[in-house]
Design a protein around this ligand. Structure first.
Ligand code: SAM
Ligand code: SF4
Length: 361
C-alpha cells in the first residue's frame, strides 16, 4: 500500500468500478506514512478553529446564522497543536486553518506561531473571508503564516453585500492591500464560488483584477454544502464555462504546468504571461483519486471527506489522557477508512448533516 504509483492506478480504476469500494477494511498499518486503504498518501490537514462567522454567505450559512458550538466543546490551541504534531510525525506536510471564519477566534496568531514550529510541515496557510485582515495580516505574517486564500465573490459593493449579507467589500479590499505589504505570505489566492446567474457578470473583471494585482483568482464550483439547501445541479457554473468567458475576452489561456500533483485547481496564465487564474471543479471534474486531504472540525471530529457521512472523535481521546501513540493509531485507522469518492450527481449521493462552515472548507 505504500507503493503510491501502483495504488493510484487502483484508485483511478476504483473511480470507474464501484465494486472496488471496501466493505471490510481491517486494521490500518501501524507504521509508515499516513495512507488510506486505496493507497492515497495523505499529506494535507485542514483545521477548523471555529464554527462561528461574521458573514452569512448565501452558499454557506443561513441569514440568521447557526447554533454555535459551546466554547468548551471547541478544541483549545494546545489540543490543536498536539494533533498537528502527531499528524506531522506520520506524514502530514501541509496545514490550512479555516472555519467558520478563523479570524473571529481570538489570538489566532498564537496558534499560527505554535503550528509554524511543528517539524515536518512545509506549508501553513489560512482561508479567510478577509474582513479582519487589515488588522491581522501583519501579526499573522510575523507568527509564521506562509500562504493565504481570501474568499471574494464580487468586486461590486452591492453584489458583495447581496452574496455575503454584509456590506463589507471595502474591508476585504483593505485586507488585501495589507497582505500585499506582507511579502512572506505568498501566494495570495482569491476564491470565488461559481454560481450560475451570479458569477458570469464579473468573470472578466475578476480576470483583469488578477492581472492587475498578481493575486491568483480561482473559481470553485458550488457544492451541496449550503445550510439552506438551495443548491441545485442547475446552479453549477462549471470551470470550463468560466474559462470560455475569459478566453472570449483575452484569447486562449496557457496551462501552468509542473505544480503539485494533488493541486485541486487547474491553473492558467494569460498569453502575455501576466496574471493567473484557476478553476477548482469538484463537481464537473472530481479529483477524488488524487485527494490527499483530511479535515478536523472545530470540536475535534476528524472527517476524511468533505461529504463524509461519519466522523472520528479525536477530542475524547485528547481529553481522556490518551497517549500520542494511541491518538496516532486512531488517526491512522480513520484515514484508512477514507471514502473512495463523493457521489455528487449520482443517485447514491446523500447530503452530510454538516454545512460548509461546520466542517471547515
Ligand atoms: N470563512 C472563511 C472563508 O469564507 O474563506 C473560511 C471558511 S469557508 C467555509 C471556506 C471556503 O468554502 C470559502 O472559500 C467559501 O467560499 C467556500 N464555500 C462555502 N460554501 C461553499 C459551497 N456551498 N460550495 C463551494 N464552496 C463553498
Ligand atoms: Fe462565513 Fe466563510 Fe461560510 Fe461565508 S463561506 S458564511 S465567510 S464561513
Amino acid at each position: 500500500m505504500t507503493d503510491t504509483d501502483g495504488a493510484r492506478s487502483v484508485t483511478r480504476k476504483g473511480l470507474r468500478d464501484l465494486t472496488l469500494e471496501h466493505t471490510d477494511l481491517g486494521p490500518a498499518p501501524t507504521d509508515g506514512p499516513l495512507v488510506d486503504s486505496y493507497g492515497r498518501r495523505i499529506r494535507n490537514l485542514r483545521v477548523s478553529v471555529t464554527d462561528r462567522c461574521n458573514f452569512r454567505c448565501v452558499y454557506c450559512m443561513p441569514a440568521e446564522g447557526l447554533p454555535w458550538l459551546p466554547r468548551a466543546d471547541i478544541l483549545t490551541y494546545e489540543e490543536i497543536a498536539r494533533l498537528v504534531r502527531i499528524a506531522a510525525s506520520i506524514g502530514i506536510e501541509q496545514v490550512r486553518l479555516t472555519g467558520g471564519e478563523p479570524l473571529v477566534r481570538r489570538d489566532l496568531p498564537d496558534l499560527v506561531a505554535m503550528i509554524s514550529k511543528v517539524p515536518g510541515l512545509t506549508s501553513l496557510s489560512l482561508t479567510t473571508n478577509g474582513f479582519s485582515l487589515a488588522r491581522m495580516a501583519r501579526p499573522l505574517a510575523d507568527a509564521g503564516l506562509t500562504r493565504i486564500n481570501v474568499s471574494l465573490d464580487s468586486l461590486v459593493r452591492e453584489r458583495f453585500a447581496q452574496l455575503t449579507r454584509r456590506d463589507a467589500l471595502a474591508q476585504v479590499l483593505a485586507g488585501l492591500d495589507a497582505l500585499a505589504g506582507c511579502p512572506t505570505i505568498r501566494p495570495i489566492k482569491i476564491n470565488a464560488v461559481a454560481m450560475r446567474g451570479f458569477t458570469e457578470e464579473e468573470v472578466v473583471d475578476f480576470a483583469r483584477f488578477a492581472r492587475r494585482t498578481g493575486f491568483r483568482v480561482r473559481w470553485i464550483e458550488f457544492m451541496p454544502l449550503d445550510a439552506d439547501q438551495i443548491w441545485r445541479k442547475e446552479d453549477i457554473l462549471t470551470g470550463a464555462e468560466i474559462k470560455a468567458l475569459i478566453e472570449a475576452e483575452f484569447g486562449p489561456l496557457v496551462p501552468v504546468t509542473g505544480g503539485d500533483p494533488s493541486e485541486t485547481a487547474r491553473r492558467y496564465t494569460f498569453s502575455d504571461g501576466i496574471g493567473e487564474v484557476g478553476f477548482i471543479n469538484p463537481v464537473s471534474e472530481p479529483f477524488c483519486a488524487q485527494c490527499d486531504r483530511i479535515r478536523l472540525t472545530a470540536e475535534g471530529q476528524l472527517r476524511t471527506c468533505l461529504f463524509a457521512l461519519s466522523e472520528t472523535d479525536l477530542r475524547a481521546p485528547l481529553r481522556s489522557g490518551a497517549s500520542d501513540a494511541e491518538i496516532e493509531q486512531t488517526l491512522r485507522q480513520a484515514v484508512w477508512g477514507k471514502e473512495l469518492k463523493h457521489y455528487i450527481g449520482d443517485k447514491r449521493f446523500r447530503r452530510t448533516a454538516r454545512s460548509m462552515s461546520m466542517i471547515g472548507g
